[in-house]
Design a protein around this ligand. Structure first.
Ligand SMILES: NC(=O)C1=CN([C@@H]2O[C@H](COP(=O)(O)OP(=O)(O)OC[C@H]3O[C@@H](n4cnc5c(N)ncnc54)[C@H](O)[C@@H]3O)[C@@H](O)[C@H]2O)C=CC1
Ligand SMILES: CC(=O)C(=O)O
Ligand SMILES: [K+]
Ligand SMILES: [Mn+2]
Length: 363
C-alpha cells in the first residue's frame, strides 16, 4: 500500500468549501487504485485562527508540515478579520519561502466544454512558470515619517540563483513540450532588475538552442494573452508578473475558479504545496456555489507530482466530461451547485474506472 501523508489546510472563505470537495475526489481515485491511501491531517490555520491565537500558524507549524509528503491548501485571506498582508504573509508566503517552493506552475488551457470570454479563443494550452521565492514579493523595504512627508520603499529582490533556476526549469519544460518559451520582461521601465532578467535569460538560452525563445514586455504580453493565447506555450515570469498572468490565464479559460497551481520544492528538502490560483472569494463564500474545479484540477497536479499520472489524467477527463455535460457553477454560466459539480466529477471517474480505462493501475 502506497501511503501519502497529506497536510490539509482549507484556510479561509471558499477554501473551506472547495478543499473537502477535492478530498472526496482524491479518496475516490485512491479507492479505485486500490493500492493508494491518503492519510490526511487537517490544520485549522486561517484568519479565524489568527483572531484566536494572534498568529496564522502555531510556532511548530513548519515542523508539522515538514513531516508530510505534500501540502494541500485552499486559500488564505479574510480581510474583514485580518489585513491581507498579515494573513498571506504569515501562512501562504511563509510556507512558499521557508519550504523553498521556488517554482509556481500554473497551466491555462481551454478545457472541453468550457466557454471562453474570448470570441475566438482558438485552442490555447500554456503553462505559466512563475518565480515563487523572491522578486516583487519581498519583505525588504520600510516606511519613514508621517503624513505628507511619509516615504515608503518596497524593494524587489532578484538573485542570479533564483532567476537562473526559474529559467532552467522553464527551458526544460519547453523542451519537453513544444520547444517554445516566452519570457515576461519590463526592461524598458524597470531599469535594474529587468535588464538583469533579460541577461540571465539570454545566458541560459545558450544551453537550449533547440528551444525557440521570445522575450516580451509584460504590458504587450498581457494583451497577447487576450488576442493570441494560442501562440503561447511555456511562459516564464517573475513573481508578480506570473501572478497577474495566471489570473488572465484563468480568465480566458472561462473563470479563475478553475485555474490550478503547484508550488514546487525542487531540492527535495521540503514538501511541495498544491493550491489553486484563486483566493478565498469572500463575495460568494457560504452560498454553496464556489467552483470546485480549480481545487480538483490542483489535486490532479498533486497526483502527477506523486507519480500517479494515470489517476491525474482520469481526474482531468472527468472534469472535462462534467463541463461538456453542462454541469457548471454560476461563474461559468451554469446553474449547478458546487456539490453537484463534484458529485458528477466523481461519478464520471467511477464510470470510467468501471469501463476499464484504469486497467494498468488497478493491477
Ligand atoms: N493563494 C491565495 O490564497 C490567494 C488569496 N487571495 C486572497 O483572497 C481574498 C479575496 O481576494 P480577491 O482579490 O477577491 O480574489 P479571489 O480569487 O478570491 O476572487 C476574485 C473573483 O473571482 C471569483 N472566484 C474566485 N474563485 C472562485 C471559484 N472557485 N468559484 C467561483 N468564483 C470564484 C470571486 O468570487 C471573485 O469575484 C483576499 O483576502 C486575497 O488576499 C487572493 C489570491 C490568492
Ligand atoms: C497571493 C496571490 O495572489 C498568489 O499567490 O497568487
Ligand atoms: K489559492
Ligand atoms: Mn494571485
Amino acid at each position: 500500500m502506497k501511503k501519502i501523508e497529506l497536510s490539509v489546510i482549507p484556510g479561509d472563505g471558499i477554501g473551506k468549501e472547495v478543499v473537502p470537495e477535492a478530498i472526496r475526489v482524491l479518496d475516490t481515485v485512491a479507492n479505485i487504485h486500490g493500492g493508494l491511501k491518503f492519510n490526511n491531517i487537517e490544520y485549522p490555520w486561517s484568519s479565524q485562527y489568527y483572531v484566536e491565537h494572534g498568529k496564522m500558524m502555531p510556532d511548530n507549524a513548519l515542523d508539522l508540515l515538514s513531516q508530510s509528503d505534500a501540502i494541500f491548501l485552499g486559500a488564505i485571506g479574510d480581510p474583514a478579520l485580518v489585513k491581507d498582508h498579515i494573513s498571506l504573509g504569515g501562512l501562504l508566503l511563509k510556507i512558499r519561502r521557508e519550504f523553498e517552493q521556488v517554482i509556481n506552475v500554473r497551466p491555462a488551457k481551454l478545457l472541453k466544454g468550457m466557454v471562453s470570454p474570448l470570441s475566438n479563443p482558438k485552442d490555447f494550452d500554456m503553462i505559466i512558470v512563475r518565480e515563487n521565492s523572491e522578486g516583487e514579493y519581498s519583505s525588504s523595504g520600510g516606511r519613514v515619517h508621517n503624513g505628507i512627508d511619509e516615504i515608503v520603499v518596497q524593494n524587489a529582490v532578484f538573485t542570479k540563483k533564483g532567476v537562473s533556476r526559474v529559467m532552467e526549469y522553464a527551458f526544460e519544460l519547453a523542451r519537453k513540450r513544444s520547444g517554445h518559451l516566452t519570457s515576461a520582461t519590463k526592461s524598458n521601465g524597470i531599469v535594474h532588475s529587468m535588464p538583469f532578467w533579460d541577461e540571465v535569460l539570454s545566458e541560459i538560452s545558450q544551453k537550449y538552442s533547440d528551444v525557440q525563445m521570445q522575450n516580451i514586455h509584460i504590458d504587450a504580453l498581457s494583451a497577447f494573452f487576450i488576442t493570441k493565447p494560442q501562440t503561447m506555450d511555456v511562459v516564464v515570469a517573475s513573481n508578480l508578473f506570473g501572478d497577474i498572468l495566471s489570473d488572465i490565464g484563468g480568465a480566458i479559460m472561462g473563470s479563475i475558479g478553475i485555474a490550478p497551481a503547484a508550488n514546487i520544492n525542487l531540492n527535495g528538502k521540503y514538501p511541495s504545496m498544491f493550491e489553486p490560483v484563486h483566493g478565498s472569494a469572500p463575495d460568494i463564500y457560504g452560498k454553496g456555489i464556489a467552483n470546485p474545479i480549480g481545487q480538483i484540477w490542483t489535486a490532479k497536479m498533486m497526483l502527477d507530482h506523486l507519480g500517479e499520472e494515470e489517476l491525474g489524467a482520469l481526474v482531468l477527463e472527468a472534469i472535462e466530461d462534467t463541463l461538456h455535460a453542462g454541469i457548471k457553477t454560476p461563474d461559468i454560466g451554469g446553474k449547478s451547485t458546487m456539490t453537484e459539480v463534484t458529485d458528477t466529477i466523481i461519478s464520471n471517474i467511477e464510470e470510467k474506472a468501471k469501463s476499464g480505462v484504469l486497467n494498468s493501475v488497478t493491477n
